[in-house]
Design a protein around this ligand. Structure first.
Ligand SMILES: Cc1ncc(COP(=O)(O)O)c(C=O)c1O
Length: 381
């Protein structure tokens, strides 16, 4: 059967093909150290596993659940946003649990984009923003981020362009892959920009607790809900990537539109997963410091590894990765292949996040200090 035309717009995800190559190298006897992907290897909090187990035996646990999630889960999200971001949300109308933030990118695009609408997408940025934009028949318009501009959008320059067809803008602070952060003034400018040009601003915020002292939500800006949505995720913050739990927060009007899509595509999340996620959201701040202590140790080692490979990391970075410039004269793909074949170490090339990522690589912190140490030794030997 001939596949739908929309599939001609997207190609197989880089990691899906590259990891096939990595597996083939492993099958040939090579011991590959994978520092390519951001899938947390640390365990979820024990309280979460306990809550999940208890919930398995509750009456009704295996039945369909409410589309909007359980009241307990939405209340836990409300408390979480209040405690950590000082944002007030109505748990009945302004919170929508999701099966991961990635799912939300599709639902939001289906809810707000018509064919031909334009969407502002960060370059470099998470590749899903552009692939989903193309799948729904909208036009991806990339806005460049660069090191000199601290990987922040230049809204003054953007305002000089024709924005008449732009309906939505993806932002992602703290930013993946560069680890750049946005302060309150950047969020304020974004909200103002959204209001002035009638653009829905969506901040994808899965990294705000990883190696970051001051987690922020764009929803804290006064009046933000008029033009802003925020996606958040349990994947990185609580080491629950495989659970597929995330959330969308914003105005009742915007969430109603997304719910219209979601109710037609899936049903409420498995009850024990919601119970486990609820327990995670109630954890004290000590959970974040305990994880960050581990990540800080790993990051030091990754910086050492980057130096051994003659890469230059940017000074101030948050999140689950280290973003670094490749040695003068290398391309990111060439450098990644060289490191893979010479040292059996896999890192992610920057070009997969967009043309502005060319010349950079991304190291993941999802490996133990011992493993990173082993990688350093391979290079120094
Ligand atoms: C920027 C960004 N957004 C969203 C996601 C997906 O998160 P989730 O696991 O909640 O779907 C990722 C995962 O790597 C990401 O890097």
């Amino acid at each position: 059967m001939i596949q739908a035309n929309r599939l001609n717009q997207v190609s197989e995800y880089y990691f899906s093909t590259k990891l096939r190559e990595v597996r083939a190298l492993e099958a040939s006897g090579k011991n590959i150290i994978n520092l390519g992907i951001g899938s947390p290897d640390l365990p979820p909090p024990p309280q979460v596993i306990e809550a999940l187990n208890l919930a398995l035996l509750k009456p009704g646990a295996h039945q369909y659940q409410p589309y909007k999630g359980t009241g307990d889960f939405r209340n836990a999200i409300k408390e979480f946003y209040k405690n950590h971001y000082q944002v007030d949300l109505n748990p009945e109308t302004e919170i929508l649990p999701l099966m991961g933030s990635k799912e939300g990118i599709t639902h939001i695009s289906l809810a707000f984009l018509n064919e031909g609408d334009e969407v502002l997408i960060p370059n470099p940025g998470y590749p899903t923003y552009s692939s989903v934009t193309k799948l729904v028949g909208a036009e991806a318009v990339f806005y460049d981020l660069n090191e000199a501009g601290n990987w922040l959008p230049n809204l003054k320059e953007l305002a000089k362009t024709d924005l008449s067809k732009v309906k939505l803008m993806w932002v992602n602070y703290p930013h993946m892959p560069t680890g750049a952060s946005a302060d309150e003034s950047v969020f304020q400018d974004l909200v103002e920009f959204g209001k002035k040009h009638q653009i829905l601003i969506v901040n994808d915020n899965p990294y705000s607790f990883i190696l970051n002292e001051d987690p922020k939500s764009i929803l804290k800006v006064e009046g933000a809900k008029e033009v802003v949505l925020e996606l958040n995720s349990m994947s990185k913050t609580f080491n629950m990537a495989g659970w597929r739990v995330g959330m969308l927060c914003g105005s009742e009007e915007h969430l109603k539109a997304v719910l219209k899509v979601k109710t037609n595509m899936d049903s409420g999340m498995f009850f024990p997963i919601q119970a486990g996620a609820t327990a995670a959201l109630h954890l004290p701040k000590q959970w974040f410091s305990s994880q960050n202590e581990i990540y800080a140790g790993r990051k030091e080692k990754i910086l050492e590894l980057a130096e051994a490979l003659e890469c230059t990391p940017a000074k101030k970075q948050t999140g689950l990765f280290v973003w670094a410039k490749v040695p003068e004269g290398s391309t990111s793909e060439g450098f990644v292949d060289h490191v893979l074949h010479k040292y059996s170490i896999f890192i992610a090339p920057g070009f997969i996040f967009g043309s502005q990522g060319e010349g950079y690589v991304r190291f993941s912190l999802c490996a133990t200090e011992d493993v990173i140490e082993k990688a350093i030794k391979r290079i120094k030997q």
